[in-house]
Design a protein around this ligand. Sequence first.
Ligand SMILES: Cc1ncc(COP(=O)(O)O)c(C=O)c1O
Length: 463
Amino acid sequence: MESSLPLTIDRSAALPLHLQLAEQFRAAVLDGRLQAGHRLPSTRDLARELSVSRSVTQAAYDQLHAEGWIEGRTGAGTFVTDVAPLQPAVRRQTAAKVDPDAGLLTLRPGIPYIGPTPDQGWRRAWREVSTQSPPPGYDDAAGILELRAALADHVGRTRGIACGPENVLVTNGTVHGLRLLLSVTQEPGDRIAIEDPGYLNAVVAAHDHRLEIVDVPVDADGLQVSALSTDVPAVYVTPSHQYPLGGRLSVARRNELVRWARRTGALLIEDDYDSEFRYDVAPLPALAQLDLDRVVHLGTLSKTISPALRLGWLVAAESMVERLASFRAESGDWPGWPMQAALLSMLRDGYLDQAVRRGRRLYADRRTQTCAALSPYGEIIGQDAGLHITLILPEHLDDRAVAATARDAGVIVAPLSDYRRTNPGPPGLVIGYATPSTPDLDKALAILTHVLDHSAAIETMSD
Ligand SMILES: Cc1ncc(COP(=O)(O)O)c(C=O)c1O
């Protein structure tokens, strides 16, 4: 049966003529006016009927044919197919996402200050990358060799870790390095010790790898090594600035931890996330400096340049780096060449060192200002290093309720309870002072102190 359809052509419409035709054919099939086996007019007849060129009707048929709505039978003509073509998924209009933090001042820990205009060193690095052609192949899964050498030199100079390029693997940051390490070295069900309170993303990574998490208490000196049980094959630790309490693992504890790992054969995972920043205190040796056979060291650009770069490094024994790199060669999961090339340039021309020096000066002032503003409200801890302090609140206060009230007043702070798992402790606020501009920090602290002044009136979250 040949079909004759009331087709129309609108020459003033933006949609090309052949697509107008195709659309009307589809609609006719969908509403049943055209059914499987219906014969369509020839492109020539249809063109004549509609007073369009044959190329228009041919293009419409080609389109319908490609989409499976019609088929040509040699010598017989063009027919509607009996296979209902798959309907393209309807694209649902979703409401534009609203940033829940828009308009709020943030004292959330962990994010450095990023100025409004890019500085010279940053621009120079990217200019340099833009003048180079990308490598012809897949490149080394451990990272660009020259970059690994430059990073080995960097961690040697800044963290005292004696190593070469063979000990370095370029990562997309700490968490990426941690997850890679867990994938390669741990089996589901294995136990891993993690500081409590501690870094939630490390807990989530361990959880995702189906590891059994052993909570280890921390105090003002960091992880309590004496609380480690001997049957834990891996320990995740933040020795340079315990996250979030801010203690620096004492030399005695560092030695004790490495000795313990040598004795038990455990792997120590050193998260060195913000070691670049310390104020009026001498540097402490990186754990990896003490024993690269037992320690895997994770470094990041997230605190010195920007977390948005997604770039960091992992330093370990050569055999470990080889294992990790061959796993990555199969997964294809390593930082892209432009990012690596830019970091190489930043290291070579001293940009990273300069960013750290600048950050230290800026954050030292902000830390002083933050401590001065908040010290009347509780005990301040963890102020010797990093980009945040922790304010320990009086026992009777609910830190989540205080944080919620601060948020309602326009300031984001993190309640210490959010970082605790099984080890109890006093309430507190974890306060990052690095992110806002100096005037915004003033405003945020004024709001927070106002909230704390009225903290007696804050109802607990459980009420
Ligand atoms: C304890 C800790 N480690 C590491 C990081 C950084 O992770 P990444 O390098 O994946 O951005 C953070 C960031 O907030 C952190 O708090």
